[in-house]
Write a protein that binds this ligand. Sequence first.
Ligand SMILES: Nc1ncnc2c1ncn2[C@@H]1O[C@H](COP(=O)(O)OP(=O)(O)OP(=O)(O)O)[C@@H](O)[C@H]1O
Length: 587
Amino acid sequence: MDAMHQGPSADHWLGTDALGRDVLARVLVAARLSVLLALAATALGTIGGVLLGCLPFLLGRRLGRIAIGAIDLAVSFPGLLVAIFLAVIVGVGPTGAVIALGVAMVPNCARLTYTMTAAVAASNYVTAARALGVGRVAVIRRHIVPNIAEPLLITTASTTGSMLLAFAGLSYLGFGVQAPSYDWGRLLNEGLAEIYVNPAAALGPGVAVVLAGIVFSLVGEWGARAAGIRDDGPRSRRRRTAAAPPPEREPAASGAALVIDDLTVAFGEHTAVRGLSLSVGDGEVVGIVGESGSGKSVTAMAVADLLPPAATVQARDLAVDGRTLRDLGPRARRDWLAERLGVVFQNPLTALNPTMRIGDQVVEGIRDRDGTRRAPDATVALLERVRMPAPAVRARQRPHELSGGMRQRAVIAIGIATDPKVVIADEPTTALDVRLQKHVLTMLEEVRAAAGATLLLISHDLAVVSTIATRVVVMYGGRVMEDLPVGTLHDPAHPYTAALLRAVPDLHTDVGRDLVTIEGRPPASADALPGCPFAPRCDRAEHRCHTEAPPLLDHNDGHRLACWNPVRELATRACHEAMTPTGGRAE
Ligand SMILES: Nc1ncnc2c1ncn2[C@@H]1O[C@H](COP(=O)(O)OP(=O)(O)OP(=O)(O)O)[C@@H](O)[C@H]1O
């Protein structure tokens, strides 16, 4: 009897309970059940939440929105109330409490997963993987999960701390662990009944819950780093097998490698590209130049079918390697583009997945088609093609271990990995210094020439484009202003091309004087002006230029021009009559 209801002493640090049992010993024994149940509920909630959170990405645009709406609705219900409600329905006891708390955690975890998934899904390396034809499930497994795993694990670990508290709450209220078993919640309940006799009996389990919560947060943080989430691990290494032969290619239909006919792309009210037409022959290297916002990337992404859902794309024809894309269903179009079209993205830092080894990223597109992982020598061979120094070493490294030039080479290797017929390189040298720019451009041209591919090189820099292109397409305000052979670039017909040329510094440029710029700003939208989009900035503009958009007309020397008042007369004007209803060009 003497042992009952004792306060803290040297023998019993937290005193004793109504049956004379040592409270500290009971708190320590309760740790096992409390932690196990909290971990079980957290695991259930996390698995459910991750699956639900990835669902909008898997389902695509429309169904995905419904899934997001459902998640948002579920998040708005108070978690503990849902848990109590479920605990009553599922049945009072530890199993019921685990299910109730786990299910109550699902919506929050799903919302977090969805938010992180959406951020990673918008990154260039996911776009690049999609361009290579990698399926949504594979994208989630290889790109999204490794990138969200660390924050998710840390959040989950902290959630386990909250889960301990929630479990203690349920048990305290009588919905959780039942006698004779006990956890911290039940001990808290018993301790609170005797708080005036022995406060330590209530304090003990309370402190245990708080301490365990802190420990879980710290363990989560440490675990995320130590477990090597950034390592793609032995599982993937085990799956490495010999390279399978690439599948037979369907023979391409005859015709140009790339056809864009009357392409218009709009983002709501904003028209980014208006009526653009361009045909690129087999093995041709065409540069697309223009100021920022002129619609170069949007044009390329429209061809690659990689524009965001907000974009409205209309075209009379969009064809790659002789196949009209409109004639193909979504799956067939994706496969066709994945095999025939390679995209080299602008910024290597965002175009490469920071969590994946370079070698794995380079062969990702091929591997998906093979259904197997490529042999390391195939990866190394691909990296050798882009003149990557020490390719075998680089293949095992991750993007942050490479220099800017090496990263750019890796991005180019990804673009050419499937031996595509057409390669679109969007500003492939912007992030590099001038010396490296030249190296990379030369390499790109050598690789292209060896493969006999067609190259569409996008840049805002005329000097870059003229290094390797045979033809230059000058874009402005979402339209083609001039399309001319590189040989005649020094003597353009369009005032805008002439202005761009004047803005390119050369060895004779006076370093003491300001660089030449083009006064004014590009139009906000390709539909902003009724006439020529360049007219407000053009010193040769006349009345008609402001009121009537000049058509893009073909000339005999492969020159196309959209201008009412060009800098120079073009030698042969095949469509001269079409230029003015009166039969003469307005001067
Ligand atoms: N996702 C988008 N939503 C809305 N507008 C967009 C989107 N992407 C591009 N645009 C708009 O389309 C126009 C053309 O953009 P685009 O990226 O093609 O220009 P660009 O010529 O490639 O320029 P830069 O060299 O800066 O990339 C711009 O006005 C841009 O704001």
